[in-house]
Design a protein around this ligand. Structure first.
Ligand code: PEP
Ligand code: MG
Length: 889
């Protein structure tokens, strides 16, 4: 194998091997764009290192060969005393990953070569500044020295000199600073700063490899569900300098606005600075448009390159560039992160420009982004007290208590508080606080600052660079214009779409996207919201492409109607137990307590018309579409009063010598029905088999409701679903009784009802014997909640609050299996059961109605295993439609 690729050898499709940065540097090189020459060490080399603890044997020689070639091309040697070649060493995984070692610049500088650089550049100050940056970055990221020590020393140097910014320090000051920095390294790292340039490079490469397994990197991967075994590539790139004076500089640019998607000139530029200064938000940048005035030639060339890149990648690109004495260099490009709204707009804009087709447009958006757009926003009419305005870095409306450090953010959010993390600026150490917070507010930094980039990636609300806010993290407070002080724990509200910051809690209103789905806002109108327009079009693309149908989990007409507006093509799960609550509980109590057949029949007779009217409403709301009604599932004790409460009542009545016969009977029933493990007890079909008449009553209610709707010229399409079946025998018994009831109702109504009878597949045994069960079932609906519970042996009501956090932290799974289907275990049962069921009954209808039916990743899985539909809660229907469309394109 080959472990090192020259930039001229790779291309953008080699991200697995070269990482995102390396693949794109190669792509730009091959497009003929000005990229400083260099080479990339592959992720394969990293993987060998991570697995064995040692770099692959061949790596050193390969690096030497590529370095020699680079030195030949540049006409100077790494660290050469009189005319040094300097390189940067940068990490570059397949996915960009905050928390990893990022960059060490100026590798190759030493006590000797710093002199050579000074001569060669004709600028002593520049050379010493470059050297002190190397020691600082190298010390911090490679040798693990606390970065604050360098920062403090730099601050002290500025103070001693009475200057405000680094650029005012002169060569002599920087020389002293270098000595100071070297001392810090010696004391803290227990070794001298390495003077051998090759040793610098090798150590930096190793540090990049090691940073793959840093805590923050691991945390980020778990958050973003990035596999832990990808490894990172390392890019070695010859240095160009943005800090060679006013005709030099560095910047970042977007080919479109990552917040709105609009085309234009977006980015930040910093004159006389080196790369990381911009991203770190340390000094204030100027808008990219200013570059036109500062250096028209470079500006024009940059605009031209941006157009080339957009047309080439057919997408929004973000770019890092450096200008060295009037010469423009491209240091990085990638398909840029964007807000959810911009993703939808950009996808439709690119379709209109003819750059991509509908199927590709669907790949440019995600269900998670759509879900984000369906969040509420701040009420524009609310009375608010605005205290600042920063940059709208990541949209959303967030309300919470102000906290000023990551630790408190995590602690408070664990105890159920909503918090806003307020910082001057964030750095990778703030990552877990950012995850815990509702939103992030900073007083420094632009759209490309750490806070902004990371928050956008996480879909978190973020306002950054709100400069008039004085954030004092030491005293845990922030002073707003006018002098008011926000203390830790005070409520604030931030609007990531406008950048506005408010005191107190601002009320929120529904999103325009929800208003659109609800039919209260329309696409196509002259003044239509741009976002709604884009969502409307993308949804149409998805509906055209998808094979999966989407149904709703709904138990009442109101939810059913909303689901229909949201695009539901039927009801996949009506949980009838929800119809047994409220004032009907008493009837259910009588049913449970019945001592005689007559008493029981009385109770059932009273329940029948109530159930029937529920179903009539539901069939009306879903007229013409399938409605799957599940017979009673939960254990009966759920309908009885709490045992402690009841015991107290009985004891009190006894003490007072009051009559308490009923309470006593109830208490006895509660005791009789008590189960240690009700989830695995008398519920579902088991209940139907031991309580005579219960399922028959429900089937009769369904059949009579259907007959009534038919009589009213409706088109009811009921499907009767039996829960918790484990063996075909259970189903056969229930089925026989149901068929009889249906036949009676049909005869009485003089009409054929065409009611389908099917079952849930939610127990491992049902899945394993699906071939047999299909003989008695016209459809299967996978109950992946119970199936996950029983396959894993995880109590669905307990585990997420108990040990799942530690499972997630240990990386046992990246996401709860109750949220995203466990493909290898639960998913395998689904796949096999679907196949076995269809082998028995080729026209068997297959769906899923567990929570997974609305989860993006799971929807793709259900598409792939050939289900006919997914069913989910009404609000997730648009997401499921979109993902079903994406899965099919
Ligand atoms: C299931 O188990 O997946 C299901 C849909 O049923 P319930 O959640 O009501 O148990
Ligand atoms: Mg279930």
């Amino acid at each position: 194998v080959k472990f090192v690729y020259d930039f001229t050898e790779g291309n953008k499709d080699l991200k697995d091997l070269l990482g995102g940065k390396g693949a794109n540097l190669a792509e730009m090189t091959n497009l003929g764009l000005p990229v400083p020459p260099g080479f990339t060490i592959t992720t394969e080399a990293c993987k060998v290192y991570l697995d064995s603890g040692e770099e692959p044997a061949a790596l050193r020689d390969e690096v030497s060969a590529h370095l020699a070639a680079l030195e030949g091309r540049m006409g100077k040697k790494l660290g050469q005393a009189d005319n040094p070649l300097l390189v940067s060493v940068r990490s570059g995984a397949k996915f960009s990953m905050p928390g990893m070692m990022d960059t060490v610049l100026n590798i190759g500088l030493s006590d000797k070569s710093v002199q050579g650089l000074a001569k060669q550049a004709g600028d002593e100050r520049f050379a010493w500044d470059s050297y002190r940056r190397l020691i600082q970055m190298f010390g911090k990221t490679v040798l693990g020295v606390d970065g604050d020590l360098f920062e403090d020393a730099l601050e002290a140097a500025k103070k001693a000199k009475k200057v405000a910014v680094d650029t005012e320090l002169e060569a002599a000051d920087l020389k002293k600073l270098v000595a100071k920095f070297k001392k810090i390294v010696k004391t803290e790292a227990g070794r001298d700063f390495p003077q051998d340039p090759r040793e610098q490079m090798d150590l930096a490469i190793k540090a990049v490899f090691d940073s793959w397994n840093g805590d923050r990197a691991k945390l980020y991967r778990r958050q973003e569900r990035i596999p832990h075994d990808l490894g990172t590539a390392v890019n070695i790139c010859s240095m160009v300098f943005g800090n060679l004076g006013p005709d030099s500089g560095t910047g970042v640019a977007f080919t479109r606005d990552p917040a709105s998607g609009h085309q234009g000139v977006y980015g930040d530029y910093l004159q006389n600075a080196q790369g990381e200064d911009v991203v770190a938000g340390i000094r204030n940048t100027v808008p990219l448009s200013e570059l036109e005035r500062i250096d028209k030639k470079s500006y024009d060339r940059l605009m031209q390159i941006m157009e080339t890149l957009e047309n080439h990648y057919k997408d929004l690109c973000d770019i890092e560039f450096t200008i060295e004495r009037g010469q423009l260099w491209m240091l990085q490009t990638r398909v840029g992160k964007r807000t959810a709204g911009a993703a939808f707009r950009i996808a439709t804009q690119l379709v209109d420009q003819g750059l991509i087709d509908e199927a590709e447009a669907l790949q440019r958006v995600t269900g998670a982004q759509l879900a984000q757009l369906m969040f509420p926003r701040f009420d524009e009419k609310a009375k608010v007290e605005q205290v600042g305005r920063g940059i709208a870095a990541s949209p959303g409306a967030a309300v919470g208590k102000a906290v000023f450090d990551s630790y408190t953010a995590v602690k408070w959010s664990r105890s159920g508080e909503k918090v806003i993390l307020v910082r001057r600026e964030t750095n990778p150490d703030d990552l877990d606080g950012m995850i815990a917070a509702e939103g992030i507010l900073t007083s420094r930094g632009g759209k490309t600052s750490h806070a902004a980039v990371v928050a956008r990636g996480m879909g978190k609300t973020c306002v950054c660079g709100a400069e008039e806010l004085e954030v004092d993290t030491k005293r845990r407070r922030m002073t707003v214009p006018g002098g008011h002080v926000v203390e830790e724990g005070d409520l604030i509200s931030i609007d990531g779409s406008s950048g506005k910051v408010y005191l107190g809690e601002v009320p929120v209103v529904p999103s325009p996207v929800v208003e659109y789905f609800e039919g209260r806002m329309h696409a196509g109108a002259d003044d239509a919201d741009e976002l709604v327009e884009a969502v409307h079009r993308i949804m149409a693309f998805a509906d055209r492409k998808r094979r999966l149908r989407v149904r709703a989990n709904a138990d009442n007409a109101e939810d059913a109607l909303r689901a229909r507006r949201f695009g539901a093509q039927g009801i996949g799960l009506c949980r009838t137990e929800h119809m047994f609550l409220g004032d009907r509980r008493e009837l259910v109590e009588r049913l449970i307590l019945a001592d005689t057949e007559t008493e029981r029949e009385e109770a059932l007779k009273e329940l029948l018309p109530l159930q029937k009217s529920d179903f009539v409403e539901l069939f009306e709301a879903m007229d013409g579409l399938p409605v799957t009604i599940r017979l009673l599932d939960p254990p009966l004790h759920e309908f009885l009063p709490d045992v402690t409460e009841l015991s107290v009542r009985v004891a009190l009545a006894e003490a007072r010598q009051e009559p308490h016969e009923n309470e006593l009977r109830l208490l006895q029933a509660v005791h009789r029905l008590h189960e240690q493990n009700p989830m695995l007890g008398l519920r579902g079909v088991r209940l139907g088999l031991v309580i005579p008449g219960l399922f028959a009553m429900q089937v009769r209610a369904i059949a009579e409701a259907a007959a009534e709707r038919k009589g009213a010229k409706g088109d009811p399409r009921a499907e009767i679903m039996i829960p918790l079946v484990g063996t075909v025998q259970e189903l056969e018994i229930v089925r026989e009784e149901a068929d009889q009831v249906i036949a009676e109702v049909q005869a009485a109504a003089g009409t054929e009802l065409k009611l389908a009878i099917g079952t849930m597949i939610e127990l491992p045994r049902a899945a394993l014997t699906a071939g047999q069960i299909a003989e008695a079932a016209e459809f299967f609906s996978f109950g992946t909640n119970d199936l996950t519970q029983t396959v894993w042996g995880f109590s669905r009501d307990d585990v997420e609050a108990s040990f799942f956090t530690s499972y997630l932290e240990k990386g046992i799974f990246g996401v709860s299996p109750f949220e995203t289907i466990d493909k290898d275990g639960v998913g395998k049962l689904v796949r096999d059961a679907a196949k076995a069921g269809r082998a028995t009954r080729p026209d068997l209808k297959l769906g899923v109605c567990g929570e997974h039916g609305g989860d993006p990743e799971s929807v793709h899985f259900f598409h792939e295993v050939g289900l006919d539909y997914v069913s989910c809660s009404p609000f997730r229907i648009p997401v499921a439609r979109l993902e079903a469309g994406r899965a099919a394109s």
